[in-house]
Design a protein around this ligand. Sequence first.
Ligand SMILES: Cc1cc2nc3c(=O)[nH]c(=O)nc-3n(C[C@H](O)[C@H](O)[C@H](O)COP(=O)(O)OP(=O)(O)OC[C@H]3O[C@@H](n4cnc5c(N)ncnc54)[C@H](O)[C@@H]3O)c2cc1C
Length: 468
Amino acid sequence: MNTSWGPRGHAVVIGGSIAGILTARALSETFARVTVVERDRFPEQPAPRRGVPQSGQVHGLLARGRLVLEELFPGFTDEVVAAGACLADLQADMHWYQDGRLVKPAVSGLLGVGVSRPLLEHTLRARVAGIDGVSFRERCEVLGLLASADRRRVTGVRLRGLDGAVGSELPADLVVDASGRGSRSPAWLEELGYRRPREESVRVRTTYVARLYRRESLLDGRALTACSAYPGTPRSAIAIAQEGDRLLMSLGGWTGVVPPTDDAGALAYAESLAAPDFAEVIRTGKPLGEPVLMRFPASVRTRYEDLADFPGGYLVAGDALCSFNPFYGQGMTVAALQALALRDLLDEDRQHQDHGDEDHGDGHRQDGGHRDDPGARFFRAAARVLDVPWGMAVAGDLRFPEVEGVRTPRTREMGDYLTRYRVAAADDAYLGTVLLRVTHMLDGPAALTAPDVVARVEAGFRASGVPA
Ligand SMILES: Cc1cc2nc3c(=O)[nH]c(=O)nc-3n(C[C@H](O)[C@H](O)[C@H](O)COP(=O)(O)OP(=O)(O)OC[C@H]3O[C@@H](n4cnc5c(N)ncnc54)[C@H](O)[C@@H]3O)c2cc1C
């Protein structure tokens, strides 16, 4: 495996959506030039676009994601709020229904920002486009990879301009695939003679139907209402306030259930939910467009970190590496955490080089020590980022008996405990805050089983009178 990030020359990022933008931001600290190649033309004003079919769907940004974006782009929150986005306490200003019960509202100090996906992307892209050395090539499709004669290293990409330009080649010292769920990396690797990575998937068969409303006084002015699906009730919903005095509401169907798109059907569907808020929006709200349906058949994690052999100068990030059931709202936060991990690895390498322990391209430094392959280190770091959110998403999906997957006695025991937890959280705001902090990736899942938390859960569950 080639062990060098190469001269700090030119990096190419495939795909200019959230993961591509954040990757470019991370690379810009090390590479003199970063080119983001994107199939779409970016709209001049924030608007959904074809290459990101999910851009018209509800996108919640987890609290951790907002903090990471703030670290990468200081002033990010103020900027989107100035553009009309809504900043809100995630427990006081939100109705959060878990297993049909409202988690007790209280001031949590956790801040979330209600912003449309197009404005979020537009804001981040403008910031990155302003960085010296970063450029975007729009209406340009990557068709494949260029490689060294021995195929040990990716040396660039093959392109096709979509506005009549002929095909061309773009050499690079590092190429990062951030082209989303439809990534062709497994096939491209195979063409170069490498094995395809193993894929893990959880077929949760969700469908989301989003519709935009004028916000006015909907949800009694609250910024957010979310209602989870649970076994026996495979229906979810979420509504988030956005810039422009709008509210984006989405009805979700799980395990093959498809929410209706006609008004009467949507109302009946919303009325079947524990939260009255959604039916109220349909009854009294003023729609600003037609419902938009999107299917999401399966969460998929591609295990690049397991490959023993991988070409140098090539990485995969964002949804191309792992794409989650959207209801958990993890994708953008995980992409941001991967970008931080990449930035830190590059920084570490730069410091090694500054201290004169440059490798010779064979993995051996001048001082005789062995520095691991940077690509392998990135995939391991990304796997560490992914392990917890993937574990949480899979556990959530496997609560549904219809979803295939491996269930151990431990997962069943944890599932039962979390069911009692949700019951207790209806009367105990502290439990609600702990659950929110874990869901928003501020704390690890171990917080849910801290001794004081377990004691409150068991006492609260007994007091609820709900049969065990
Ligand atoms: C219905 C739905 C709802 C979601 N809700 C949330 C949410 O609430 N919160 C959250 O955090 N995440 C959510 N996500 C996930 C989130 O959209 C993604 O995690 C996020 O956009 C990062 O994805 P990405 O940048 O890796 O890929 P994508 O956003 O899919 O973008 C890929 C980009 O690559 C470009 N491209 C593809 N192939 C090529 C090529 N060959 N050459 C050039 N360009 C190419 C595309 O045009 C596109 O711009 C949701 C996803 C879905 C499907």
